[in-house]
Design a protein around this ligand. Structure first.
Ligand code: SAH
Ligand code: SF4
Ligand code: F3S
Length: 456
């Protein structure tokens, strides 16, 4: 933190994958800011380009290599005029492929995994002397070494912020690379989480989304060395004055414990929107996926959650075409979707990932079959999302107004159920929760009208 920047350098970070990468990219920018790196929106003028990559599906991870091809041209153009561009690969592809990236793309100066972000300034310095690879899982706590953003930087990023509380995964679903790229589950201590949350709220943040690859497996230690779960953590965070909304993602059904469900019943700040992936509705496939629960157990869990919070909106992830998935298995997935009724959903064709048990399984499903199943599943979940949006019309919802709208005289924000809401109104509305009457729906959003001066 003490080094004075010799001269300002331009930084461009391109982020792929999940919200945890979005959070990490900001933390990398924060780690580099004291070393003179200023973010730029124009990649062509960047002195340092970092690709924060995702390994989850083949397509995601292949994107990196096409991007590196394009970067080589940009770098060569800069070299031709006497400037330069350093290129780094971070994130899950870096963690998974390390040295291979350098072998495949000599244009890369440094490759480093998510556990090395606090060492970034040092890695950049070392890369002056040749290519650097750092994919160790260190014992030290990187969060103790990563600097926080300055207040003005935090609020420039928006009224809503991500906060990683847990990293890694011990679940080993048979399709998934995350346990290999992010390592074993680690929870940040309660004190650290609360301090970061307070800093965000003091800077003006109104809504925090707690992040973890398995966020509800959170078990951070408090000052007395006692293990605290996500439900209890939510209660502690809810006491921070000025924090208006709290969310968390992504959860595993097996870690939805009573304390967390009680938090949904008792805490007004905890938003009634839950991303709870089930992946498949077929018990046979769930078993092969190593999800360690049945469809019926998932449905029973949803019933308990809705008993605690009747207006809970649900979101899910689904994989079609897992090895061995029959028409009947796929129908079971459609059937569980009909039973739950999702407000939103993310669905994917199964992608074979090297090193995972799924890759070794026989009976891989043909691409055309996956395409057809994905289409049918998406038709169903899109109709459910549209019905959910429609059901909000006529209701008055508290909307956190976050930004100017598309057109002058408009503003935009989010409902408790994470829906985008557009309405007429001035910039003075931005930064607070306002009561908004929902009057219509767009493709992926709601339109509303400000309720004036009614008791909020
Ligand atoms: N930790 C989260 C999310 C992991 S990745 C969880 O446990 O739910 C996000 C989603 O990507 C997963 O929920 C799954 O639906 C999908 N996914 C993961 N691996 C995949 C693969 N090999 N092929 C297709 N989709 C995959
Ligand atoms: Fe992957 Fe399963 Fe862990 Fe989620 S719970 S990160 S899907 S292994
Ligand atoms: Fe992708 Fe890594 Fe997130 S593989 S989904 S960026 S944890």
């Amino acid at each position: 933190m003490n080094e004075m920047p010799t001269h300002s350098k331009k930084l461009f970070i391109k982020t792929y994958g999940c919200q945890m990468n979005v959070y990490d990219s900001d933390r990398m920018a924060d780690a580099l800011a004291p070393h003179g790196y200023q973010p730029t929106g124009d990649i062509a003028e960047a002195d340092l380009v970092l690709l924060n990559t995702c390994h989850i599906r083949e397509k995601a991870s292949e994107k990196v290599f096409s991007e590196l091809g394009r970067l080589k041209e940009l770098r060569d153009a800069r070299r031709a005029v006497g400037a330069d561009m350093k290129i780094g690969v971070a994130g899950c592809v870096a963690q998974a492929e390390g040295e291979e990236i350098i072998a495949r793309s000599p244009v890369v100066d440094l490759v480093f995994g998510p556990q090395a972000y606090h060492r970034l300034p040092d890695l950049i310095a070392r890369s002056e002397r040749g290519q650097v690879v750092d994919t160790d899982f260190p014992q030290e706590d990187k969060f103790e070494h990563l600097p926080a953003a300055k207040k003005e930087v935090t609020i420039k990023r928006g009224l809503t912020a991500f906060l990683t509380v847990q990293e890694g995964c011990d679940k080993f679903c048979s399709f998934c690379v995350v346990p290999y790229t992010r390592g074993a589950e680690v929870s940040r201590p309660v004190r650290q989480v609360l301090a970061e949350a307070r800093g965000l709220v003091e800077a003006g943040v109104k809504e925090i989304t707690l992040l973890g690859q398995n966020v509800n497996a959170y078990h951070g230690l408090d000052e007395t060395g006692r293990s605290v779960g996500l439900g209890e953590l939510a209660f502690l965070l809810a006491d921070i004055p000025g924090l208006e909304r709290l969310r968390y993602t992504t959860s595993h059904p097996r870690d939805m414990d009573d304390a967390l469900i009680a938090a949904h019943r008792d805490l007004a700040v905890l938003m009634p929107y839950l991303h709870l992936p089930v992946q498949s509705g077929s018990d046979r496939i769930l078993k092969a996926m190593n999800r360690r629960h049945t469809g019926a157990e998932y449905l029973a869990l949803i019933t308990r959650i809705k008993a605690a919070r009747p207006d809970m909106a649900l979101s899910g992830d689904f994989i079609v075409g897992f090895p061995g998935e029959t028409d009947a298995d796929f129908e079971a997935t459609l059937s569980i979707i009909r039973e739950v009724g999702y407000a939103s959903a993310f669905s994917f064709k199964y992608s074979t990932r090297p090193g995972t048990p799924g890759a070794e399984m026989g009976d891989q499903i043909a691409e055309e079959v996956k395409t057809e199943r994905l289409y049918r599943l998406q038709e169903l979940v899109n109709a459910q999302a549209a019905a959910f949006h429609q059901s909000c019309v006529g209701k008055t919802l508290p909307v956190l107004i976050e930004r100017p709208g598309r057109n002058p005289g408009q503003v935009g924000g989010r409902s408790p159920y994470l829906q985008a809401v557009h309405l007429e109104g001035g910039a003075d509305l931005i930064g607070a929760i306002h009561q908004v009457e929902i009057v219509g729906t767009g493709t992926n959003s709601l339109t509303g009208r400000l309720k004036v001066a009614a008791a909020a």
